[in-house]
Design a protein around this ligand. Structure first.
Ligand code: FES
Length: 256
């Protein structure tokens, strides 16, 4: 039996949704796999929505908005692009970054809408069902997707996404401007660090563990794990539960 992917589309009300509507009234054929959620602007698509979709077993997610310069809220689609880039980087840690797409479709581009949906559906068919549906992978993968979602909504990453244009395009009061290259370095490190930290928090929620246990589980250097633990302690996300022999065991303070 051929695989029919479930595709979720977030379409901005003013351009892409109208483009989809035009495709419909013009009877342009496209695969019926897409389920559309209308949002007022592509900038309204919170990264959390995308991770929620993948947790629910969606095979592919597409976000569509007005062409650059045409957003009805001026810069919503620029914000959408920044958030999308962050989500794409986060999803690359679980090898699911090819399952998302960002496209610009105007109200008069019914044909373009149909072409994009057709091409994206074919791409997802090629990739196969979401690995979340594979019982042998689901357990670990869902935990990792949860860690990605926690990272995406963290204050640090939200602040970096929200400040990127101001930091790289405008001078601060000292006349300094951060280069895009430098910003991207900082951002990429922050994305990876937050992901590791959230994996630590989720792991310690299941059981108390030592730095060494976590280093083995996450396949990382113990000194790196320790530095993350110290930061998480400073944020009150992790605390020391007990000492066994001379080994401290840590626990997550994360509530349900
Ligand atoms: S209104 Fe369409 S992307 Fe903002």
């Amino acid at each position: 039996m051929s695989f029919e992917p479930k595709i979720l589309g977030f379409l901005c009300n003013w351009c892409s949704y109208a483009g989809a509507d035009l495709a419909g009234v013009s009877r342009i054929q496209y695969p019926p796999n897409i389920r559309v959620i209308r949002v007022m602007c592509s900038g309204r698509v919170d990264p959390e929505f995308i991770f929620d979709g993948f947790e629910a077993g969606i095979d592919g997610i597409i976000v569509m908005g007005c062409h650059p310069g045409d957003c009805h809220y001026l810069e919503g689609n620029y914000e959408a692009e920044k958030k999308f880039n962050m989500v794409e980087k986060l999803l690359s840690f679980v090898d699911m970054n090819e399952r998302i797409r960002l496209e610009w479709v105007s109200a008069s581009e019914g044909n373009r809408f149909a072409e994009i949906v057709t091409e994206f559906t074919d791409k997802i068919k090629e990739l196969g069902p979401s690995p979340v549906k594979d019982p042998s992978k689901a357990n670990v993968l869902l935990k990792n997707i949860n860690a990605l979602k926690m990272s995406a909504v963290s204050y640090r990453l939200r602040a970096l996404v929200g400040r990127e244009r101001a930091l790289t395009e405008q001078e601060n009061i000292y006349g300094e401007k951060v280069s895009l290259e430098r910003f991207n370095d900082v951002f990429e490190n922050a994305i990876f660090d937050e992901y590791v930290r959230n994996r630590i928090v989720l792991s310690l929620k299941e059981d108390t563990k030592s730095v060494k246990d976590l280093a083995i589980e996450l396949n990382m250097d113990p000194s790196k794990i320790l530095s993350h633990i110290l930061i998480l302690k400073g944020r009150s996300q992790v605390s020391m539960d007990k000492i066994v022999g001379i080994t401290p065991l840590y626990i997550s303070t994360l509530e349900e």
